[in-house]
Design a protein around this ligand. Structure first.
Ligand code: PMP
Length: 356
């Protein structure tokens, strides 16, 4: 940081994204990407959209084709859909737009929430989880603040039921309840249908995980017209062209081949359950997950050491610096073959440790 930086940002503790190694020689199980490539229609749309003639023009700031495809997919109107440059963009806009009375989110959750809180100078409370990483709904009700919940939560993989989300919406109709469903397609139950009933419910999803488009940066929200209009106001005051031509085309095409992505999710869920079983056999505690990752610890090896040992063997998983979860690691579910390589490496690490 320099003397040029506005003093309000001098103490900002920026988000640290997961490692993206440049040499590609890693099994990458650290940033919850899909192990499968985008589908054929999606790839073709990207190729077509990249033609220079189309890139000469600005993209459609309203992203009408993409919004209409999302509206059809979720059974809502175009006016209930917002699209943006990754769902991080929507989270950022939401902290900017809706957090004036403060925000509640779990102590252990997506690490970007406190960064957005700090960035926009909003007061936030990190609510401790109950033993076993459970959210206690009573901690959130009637507090007169915006609530932000990843559902399923990250990095734990645990999910809340829709009854709880409905109760949050009813308990405080004057504050936004933001449900971050980045991982919803791996076995969770989406709150999107509740947006027809609750004006204060904002459901955020992404093309990054279940639709293999993390690099395209494409997120969306489904909500009442009221909340969507508010988000549009922020977007049109920040960057109206936040979804570029190529990414919009990719997203629209991805929605045209849902069976392809559904089958990938099915494979990932199957590999998740297989992997949970294998990890338990290897002595790990595995938190039950409805996401595309597993949150695990093993009493035989320190969390950070485990991460480093795997990195030496060219396997990347995610270790967090938060002391409350330092014995845990988050492992993205890869292909069955990648996971088998992981288990072989783990066996080797644990065997060598026992020899010492
Ligand atoms: N929410 C959660 C809970 C996440 O883990 C992530 C991925 N880092 C995001 C949102 C952001 O995803 P994206 O910006 O790629 O849509």
């Amino acid at each position: 940081m320099s003397r040029f930086l506005n003093s309000i940002y001098q103490t900002l503790d920026a988000y640290t994204p997961g490692e993206q190694p440049k040499d590609g020689a890693y099994i990458k199980l650290n940033t919850n990407e899909s192990p499968y490539p985008a589908g054929p229609a999606t790839v073709k749309a990207v190729t077509d959209a990249r033609q220079a003639a189309r890139l000469r023009l600005y993209c459609d700031p309203d992203a009408v084709a993409l919004k209409d495809a999302l509206a059809e997919r979720y059974g809502v109107k175009r006016s209930n859909v917002f699209v943006s440059n990754g769902s991080d963009d929507i989270l950022n806009f939401s902290f900017m737009a809706f957090a004036q009375d403060g925000v509640l989110f779990p102590e252990i959750t997506y690490g970007f929430y406190p960064v957005f809180g700090d960035l926009h100078g909003v007061e936030y409370t990190r609510v401790p989880l109950k033993e076993g990483f459970f959210v206690d709904p009573e901690d959130y009700k009637g507090k007169g603040k915006m609530i932000v919940l990843a559902n399923p939560n990250a990095p734990t993989g645990r999910a809340l039921g829709l009854d709880v989300i409905a109760e949050f919406c009813e308990s405080d109709p004057d504050h936004v309840i933001l449900i971050d469903e980045a991982y919803i397609d791996f076995g969770g139950i989406s709150a999107v249908p509740l947006t027809a009933k609750y004006e204060n419910l904002l459901v955020v999803q992404t093309f990054s995980k279940s639709r293999s488009l993390a690099g395209a940066r494409l997120g969306y929200a489904i909500a009442s017209e009221t909340l969507i209009n508010d988000l549009e106001r922020i977007k049109y005051s920040t960057n109206p062209y936040n979804v570029n031509t190529v990414s919009a085309a990719a997203g629209t095409a991805a929605l045209s081949e849902p069976e392809y992505y559904r089958e990938n999710c099915r494979k990932i869920m199957e590999t998740r359950e297989y992997s949970a079983g294998r990890l338990k056999e290897l002595g790990f505690e595995v938190i039950p997950s409805v996401a595309n990752f597993l949150f695990v610890s093993n009493p035989k090896i320190d969390g950070k050491e485990f991460y480093l040992e795997l990195k030496e063997r060219r396997i990347l998983i995610r270790h967090f610096d938060n002391p409350a979860i330092t014995q845990y690691n988050r492992i993205t579910v890869g292909t069955r073959e990648e996971m088998d390589q992981l288990f072989a490496a783990i066996r080797d690490i644990l065997d060598r440790k026992e020899e010492k």
